[in-house]
Ligand binder design. Structure first.
Ligand SMILES: Nc1ncnc2c1ncn2[C@@H]1O[C@H](COP(=O)(O)OP(=O)(O)OP(=O)(O)O)[C@@H](O)[C@H]1O
Ligand SMILES: [Mg+2]
Length: 226
């Protein structure tokens, strides 16, 4: 978003776009509730219900885009508590397991043998892990495998999400972190941009490591605040 603009201008544009995004949310909510009222007036077998379902689906897609966009343009303040890294990953796995099972993708978790505590915003860190797990799921075919590994270092903790899908071409390794870069049919292209921002706000980072095969995303979280 900063092509050709200085920092101040970029901030102003971001603010403007965020306020427009926010304004669009209200009429969308109006459309959604009105269409639902219409739908409730139709008999259950009425074929026009299909059209209404499409409208509702598209409206909720727009709402999702706006929510993600607002999260990027107006990040929430971090609410930091002491977190157990292994525990937080297990929570996200529980959320995603069903979707993995449905697509017959295997998920292996290799927790760190030590109890690693970091100071962070639980919800936001979970969001980053979830974004990575969803991306891997989208990239994989039936029979794919995702490994989640935790490694402890004196200064930081590393969480790695490794999959054996097609990976990211060398040319695209920076583009994937740009807002709105997406190659998926339903994707918005904000997951990695938001995730990297969250990691950097924690004093860490999210990077893509180019393996020989598949994809490797590495979350680095510093321990220094404890
Ligand atoms: N594990 C992966 N393997 C291969 N390509 C990936 C992987 N993760 C991300 N990508 C590529 O990076 C792009 C950007 O990912 P990002 O999460 O930002 O957006 P998205 O998943 O397309 O949409 P959404 O906003 O819903 O997350 C993806 O569209 C895909 O091309
Ligand atoms: Mg994504």
């Amino acid at each position: 978003m900063d092509a050709g603009f200085n920092h101040e201008q970029t901030k102003k544009i971001e603010k403007l776009v965020a306020s427009i995004a926010h304004e669009i949310k209200n009429p969308l909510a109006g459309i959604s509730s009105t269409v639902q009222i219409l739908s409730s007036k139709l008999p259950p077998e009425d074929h026009r219900r299909n059209c209404i379902d499409i409208i509702l689906e598209e409206v909720s897609r727009l709402e999702r885009i706006l929510d993600r966009f607002l999260m990027l343009a107006r990040p929430r303040k971090l609410t930091k508590t002491l977190l157990d890294v292994n525990e937080i990953i297990e929570k996200v796995i529980t959320l995603e397991q069903k979707n993995y099972d449905r697509k017959k993708i295997q998920m292996n978790f290799y927790p760190s043998p030590t109890t690693d505590k970091i100071l962070g915003d639980a919800e936001q860190i979970q969001q980053v892990i979830l974004n990575l797990l969803i991306n891997s799921r989208n990239a994989l075919k039936v029979g794919g495998v995702v490994d989640i590994k935790v490694e402890s270092y004196p200064e930081h903790v590393k969480i790695m999400v490794i999959d054996n899908g097609p990976g990211v071409s060398l040319r695209s390794t920076q583009e994937i972190f740009e807002p709105f870069y997406s190659t998926t049919r339903k994707g918005v292209g904000l997951g990695l941009a938001i995730s990297r921002r969250i990691m950097r706000e924690h004093g860490g980072d999210l990077v893509y490591e180019s393996p020989k095969q598949g994809a490797v995303f590495v979350m680095n979280l510093p321990r220094n605040q404890i």
